[in-house]
Ligand binder design. Structure first.
Ligand SMILES: [Zn+2]
Length: 161
């Protein structure tokens, strides 16, 4: 199944306003905005430097191509070119995951979420939760007093001999 046929992309492309909790675009090494496959909403950060992120309020575009040319002309930003054939394979899987995450966040934030409320400049009621950091166990075996357990290391090293 193509990423375009996924439930998440269908939900995304049916939205009238940009999904809640959308993150601003990333920029590649060449300083170009990287617009993903099938994106329809502008994700330009229009806040002044040093201020809290505020996304462009432009409503949904009918086609990614329109969004791309709009970003170039309206925001005067360089847009990374899409290579041919990128709509299949790993890029397609990436796109599927991308829209799934967007819709999940959009649903989780709820209808009363308004990050750019003009009345109050307070953050929305729901803070998107970040995935828990992975805890890396130390590779060196240690005793309870945190000193290196040399006999344990020797044992590990001799495994397979
Ligand atoms: Zn915009």
């Amino acid at each position: 199944m193509s990423w375009k046929d996924s439930a998440a992309y269908k939900a995304y492309s049916a939205l009238g306003e940009r999904p809640r909790g959308l993150e601003p675009w990333g920029v590649n090494n060449a300083g170009e905005v990287v617009i993903g496959l099938g994106e329809l909403f502008c994700r330009c950060n229009i806040a002044d430097e040093g201020e809290e992120v505020e996304l462009c309020r432009k409503s949904r575009f009918s086609h990614t191509g329109n969004l791309r040319s709009y970003v170039k002309t309206a925001h005067k930003m360089q847009v990374a070119e899409v290579r041919k054939g990128t709509s299949s394979g790993s890029k397609g899987i990436e796109a599927k995951k991308f829209y799934k995450a967007i819709i999940k966040k959009h649903d989780a934030l709820g209808a009363d979420y308004n990050p750019n409320s003009e009345i109050e400049q307070t953050p929305g009621p729901v803070t998107p939760s970040k995935p828990p950091k992975k805890i890396h166990r130390p590779l060196v075996p240690r005793k309870k007093d945190r000193t290196v357990n040399k006999s344990q290391m020797r044992k590990t090293a001799s495994i397979g001999k």
